[in-house]
Design a protein around this ligand. Sequence first.
Ligand code: ATP
Ligand code: MG
Length: 183
Amino acid sequence: MQFTKLRLSGFKSFVDQTELLIEPGMTGVVGPNGCGKSNLLEALRWAMGETSAKRMRGEDMDDVIFGGTATRPARNICEVTMVLGNNARTAPPPFTDAEELEITRRLERGSGSDYRINGKLVRARDVQILFADHSSGANSPSMVSQGRVGALINAKPGDRRQLLEEAAGISGLHARRHEAELR
Ligand code: ATP
Ligand code: MG
C-alpha cells in the first residue's frame, strides 16, 4: 500500500483542516522552527495507533488536541486521516478490494479515541495490526524520531531484534500471537 494523503483537523498546531499530499518523489518537509514539522510526523504515528502520550510529547493524550492560542480558542475534538492506495490489493478483509483505505482516528476531550477504516468503526488493535503486517506502525523503526539512532546502537540485543523482525516482515504475526494469548 502507498501512503498518499494526510488530513488533519484540530491536531496540535493544525487547528484548521489541512491536507498534505504525499506524492512520489517527496523527500522532506522544511520550514522554520516550531512550524509543525514534527507535529506532522506525530500525526502519522498517532493515526497508526500510538498509545503513549509521552511519545506524542504530551502528559495526557488530550494534549494532542489544539490547545488554543492568544487569538483562537481551544478545540475539543481532533481528527487525523491517513489515506493509503491499495493498488496491489494487499489490504486485509473486508477492505481487500477497496481502491483506497482511509484510516481515521478521532479524539474527543475526556472521551478517548475511536478508529475507522473507510468509515467502519474498528478497534485500535485492527489498525495497529494492519500497519504491523506492512512493516510499519507507531513504534516501527521506519519512523525515526530524534535520538532513536543512538538508542538503537545502545539497545540490548532483544530490543534490537525488533528491527530485524520488521525487516523480515513478521512483526504482524507477533502482534497477532500476542492478541491470541490474551484471549
Ligand atoms: P523544529 O524545527 O524546532 O523541530 P517543528 O517544525 O518540528 O520545529 P513542531 O514541534 O512540530 O515544530 O511544532 C511545535 C509547535 O506546535 C509549537 O508552536 C507548539 O506550541 C505547537 N503545538 C503543539 N501542541 C499543540 C497543541 N495541542 N495546541 C496548539 N499548538 C500546539
Ligand atoms: Mg521538530
